[in-house]
Design a protein around this ligand. Structure first.
Ligand code: BDR
Ligand code: CA
Length: 323
């Protein structure tokens, strides 16, 4: 068997982050070294608790969870309660976490792991505050990292403003640091994730598995589907974040093009926009691989197969609710 790819998942659960976590923790080609949390969809207290609840539900016991940055680098936080609810993970009853976050700060955990472990890939599915902070505090990690896979940005339309996608808009200064860092970046934008739709057929497949983890995912997606319908008019919700994990697991799942990407940090209407120089007109050296097309059928095969592989959870999911 091939050597497992060591990864760190930096996230802000978040319904689709929960799916990314479940995929990252379980896929046989990956070794998840740590889950680090950041403010984004909700406060960092809530996203950390949500990560721990998901770990409890899925019996992910060996992977440390570390709490990270509570605020964007220079701006006010603007959470996404309209999409993810007041808890950040509204919908299903969440189990009380059976463990706590480690005492180390997420930024220190990222720095220490990258310094001590060769060829780590950092997967970021929330705002890039932790990642930028780690790079700024310890720039030597840049040459040690194998790469950064991030869900964020858009080539065209944004979702939180007409120009910007949520993760980048939440902390554009952090995103600019990451894109300018020189580290190999794989950007999974909205153009890709809007192809990963949890359609009724997908939901039926998940439900028919008759297992607790896929059933929990269905409850998450029911809530997510309702908010996506209300806010964006989508018929089915896009599961953004697991696309970034899937891109690493199966490199041919998403078409990629190399290009220069700048992050707008000043625009009146365009703050947080990822300016993707598709035609190379700026004459700048490419700093990212940007995803375009997704093989949605293969994506769902991968995700459903992985979710189905979770053991049944013993004691009463939903018995001890946190909300
Ligand atoms: C991104 O924003 C968040 O609400 C989701 O978790 C995802 O990471 C999509 O724009
Ligand atoms: Ca997210």
């Amino acid at each position: 068997m091939e050597k497992k790819q060591k990864i760190i998942l930096d996230c802000d659960p978040g319904h689709d982050d929960a799916l990314a976590l479940l995929l990252a923790a379980r896929h046989p080609s990956l070794e998840l070294l740590a889950i680090t949390t950041v403010a984004g969809n909700q406060t960092v207290e809530k996203t950390t608790r949500n990560a721990l609840s998901v770990c409890t539900l899925a019996r992910i016991r060996e992977v440390p969870v570390a709490k990270g940055m509570a605020q964007p680098l220079v701006r006010e936080a603007r959470y996404a309660a309209d999409i993810h609810g007041e808890s950040g993970l509204d919908g299903p009853p969440l189990p009380l976490p059976e463990r706590e976050a480690v005492s180390e700060h997420a930024v220190d955990v990222i720095i220490d792991l990258v310094r001590s472990t060769d060829d780590v890939v950092l997967i970021a599915t929330g705002p890039l505050t932790n990642v930028a902070s780690a790079i700024t505090r310890e720039p030597t990690i840049l040459s040690r990292l194998k790469g950064i896979y991030l869900m964020g940005g858009a080539i065209g339309l944004g979702n939180v403003t007409p120009a910007a996608e949520f993760n980048i808009y939440f902390d554009p200064e952090a995103a600019a640091i990451v894109f300018n860092s020189g580290c190999p970046i794989t950007m999974i934008p909205l153009e890709v994730t809007h192809q990963a739709l949890a359609t009724p057929a997908v939901m039926e497949r998940l439900r028919s598995l008759g297992r607790p983890v896929p059933a929990f995912v269905c409850q998450l997606l029911d809530f997510f589907g309702t908010t996506y319908r209300r806010v964006f008019g989508f018929a089915a919700p896009p599961v953004h974040d697991p696309c970034a994990v899937a891109a690493l697991i199966e490199p041919t799942l998403i078409n990629m093009h190399r290009m220069y990407v700048a992050v707008e940090t000043r625009g009146e209407y365009t703050l947080g926009r990822t300016v993707c120089d598709v035609y190379g007109v700026l004459g700048r050296r490419a700093n990212a691989r940007v995803g375009y097309g997704l093989d949605a059928a293969r994506f769902w095969e991968l995700l459903i197969e992985t979710l189905a592989s979770y053991e049944a959870v013993a004691s009463g999911v939903g018995a001890a609710e946190q909300k």
